[in-house]
Ligand binder design. Structure first.
Ligand SMILES: Cc1cc2nc3c(=O)[nH]c(=O)nc-3n(C[C@H](O)[C@H](O)[C@H](O)COP(=O)(O)OP(=O)(O)OC[C@H]3O[C@@H](n4cnc5c(N)ncnc54)[C@H](O)[C@@H]3O)c2cc1C
Length: 503
């Protein structure tokens, strides 16, 4: 095989996945049809959970200055996202090309081969590997143990690999343009007019992003409209003329909503927009895909390196498919609230009243920010009586290290996850826990520490937690035996693994 894994598509999801696979110690190439990055601004930010995921790998710091927006909306109804712990509406004002450049640089540093100018035109999956063919005239062939399709919403690999992609076709079309040198009043969460919705936000350097959605505009099938049509629509809705403006980028998007039925077909897996498309309400698409990548990377690497417990790779589908289905539901609901005419005004009013209720705001903020994702960590994790933190992402809690060269230093949990391995944080001083985890050397790091005091109102962290490489809590003392959780997620202890490999 040329590589352990071939990832097709150097969008944010393909690049993140490739880097995760390298952290897991496998050989990976990304095949990308574009000779150089597209430079398109597209998504302008990411959700609170995606920010945490980037932080866990040190990528957030590579994005330069970023700002979080505490206030956001649900379907155009303003909402405070700080009602959930660690919550915000997302990191905003970071054009997608900046994210892609940072991810590509990081992936290459880790040893990913990013091969540009390779348009994948054919694949041949077999029970033992996959052959991938690129190019039309000058064909080139690559082989790998696994293939992951990260080739975006218009994926051709999805069809080649035989993934079903049910859902609903587009019912409406929206325009987008990055306009240079015009004074455009910001409408950060959008503004409804009698005939539609407009949104605008400064991107810096005198460029503004505008989005126009006319209630009755049916999909035309064109992905690149004429700017004159965009300016006409903007003028109809706002009365302002942008005709003749210089533009950096113009595009159209729709509310088509589809999700593959399986995330894996044998040796072919799928992630990001290739697996799910939806209205970009609340800036959730890139964020959802990046979390697919962080869920899949360590599991696929474990499978290839031979230590994956039975069924680990299948949890990629069982964990991520329901999360995507929920995002599709919330974006459809937001589209109905946000982008439909006057007949929906009473519903918007009711939503305004409901969102004022803390419990409703917490539920919606948890959903859109991705902070409420909870995975099944086994029998205890699926029961209603399961400990509240089990299966959830580890929230922000500073630690003071106990022993080792950095004894007494204060650290943040995300910094302990940069290497992409599991982490046992133990504040009990119980040697049995530590000895148990040390048998998984190379897959689980052990950190002895004490939790720093937390501000009033925050729940103290469990006395010990086992974190998976993606930052989700796989075990805490109230959840039964640590050894069971270690075996469930990290396979056989090192000595058994080596003995098995030798026979
Ligand atoms: C207007 C708009 C605003 C958005 N705002 C946000 C936001 O604020 N926050 C957010 O989280 N998301 C947002 N999104 C969604 C986000 O842009 C996408 O979810 C994200 O780009 C998906 O990343 P991806 O890597 O899965 O696919 P893509 O970014 O589409 O990348 C796919 C890559 O595969 C390559 N490729 C395709 N076919 C082949 C082939 N046959 N061979 C080789 N290479 C191939 C393509 O060239 C491309 O580079 C927005 C989307 C739109 C349209």
């Amino acid at each position: 095989m040329d590589f352990d894994v071939i990832v097709v598509g150097a969008g944010p999801v393909g690049l993140m996945l490739a880097a995760e696979l390298r952290l897991g110690g496998v050989r990976v190439a990304v095949l990308e049809r574009l000779p150089q990055p597209s430079g398109q601004s597209r998504g302008l930010g990411f959700t609170a959970r995606a920010a945490e995921v980037f932080d866990q790998r040190g990528v957030l710091a590579r994005l330069g200055t970023t700002e979080v927006s505490p206030m956001g909306h649900f379907g155009g109804v303003p909402m405070d996202y700080t009602v959930v712990e660690g919550g915000h509406f997302g990191v905003r004002g970071v054009p997608q090309d900046r994210i892609e450049r940072a991810l590509e640089a990081w992936a290459i540093e880790l040893g990913v081969r990013v091969l540009r100018g390779h348009d994948v035109v054919d694949i041949d999956p077999t029970p033992t590997g996959v052959t991938v063919v690129t190019g039309i005239d000058a064909r080139q062939t690559f082989t790998a143990g696994y293939l992951v399709c990260c080739d975006g919403g218009r994926s051709t690999l999805r069809r080649m690999a035989g993934f079903d992609f049910p859902g609903s076709d587009a019912t409406r079309e929206m325009y987008l343009a990055d306009v240079v040198g015009r004074q455009i009043r910001p409408r950060f969460i959008g503004e409804r007019t009698a005939e539609g919705m407009v949104m605008s936000a400064p991107l810096g350097d005198g460029v503004d992003r505008i989005i126009v959605c006319e209630d009755d505009r049916k999909p035309s099938g064109r992905s690149t409209p004429d700017f004159a049509d965009v300016a006409d629509a903007w003028q109809r809705l706002t009365g302002e003329s942008l005709h003749g403006a210089e533009i950096r980028w113009v595009s159209a998007f729709t509310d088509a909503t589809r999700l593959v039925t399986r995330y894996r077909r044998g040796r072919v897996l799928i992630a990001g927009d290739a697996a799910h498309v939806h209205l970009p309400a609340g800036g959730q698409g890139l964020s959802l895909g990046v979390q697919d990548a962080v869920n899949l990377g360590w599991k696929l690497a474990a499978q290839i390196r031979g230590w994956a417990p039975d069924g680990l790779l299948d949890t990629y589908h069982s964990e991520r498919h329901p999360v995507a289905a929920r995002v599709l539901r919330n974006t459809r609901a937001q589209g109905i609230l946000y982008l439909t005419g006057e007949h929906m005004a009473p519903m918007r009013e009711i939503m305004r009243e409901l969102i004022a209720l803390p419990e409703v705001a917490r539920s919606l903020a948890g959903m859109v920010s991705g902070l409420d994702v909870r995975y099944d960590m086994g029998a205890t994790g699926s029961e209603p009586t399961a400990p509240a933190w089990l299966g959830r992402r580890m929230p922000h809690r500073p630690l003071v290290l106990d022993g080792g060269p950095e004894d007494g230093a204060q650290v943040r949990v995300p910094d302990l996850l940069h290497h992409g391995r599991g982490v046992l944080i133990d504040t009990t001083g119980d040697d049995a826990n530590v000895r148990g985890a040390e048998r998984f050397a190379g897959r689980v790091e052990v950190v002895r520490a004490t939790w720093a005091p937390v501000p009033d109102g925050l729940e103290p962290a469990p006395k010990a937690v086992l974190l998976r490489p993606d930052g989700y809590i796989a075990w805490m003392p109230e959840a039964g035996e640590l050894t069971a959780a270690l075996s469930r997620w990290f396979g056989a202890p090192e000595a058994d693994h080596l003995a098995r490999a030798a026979t």
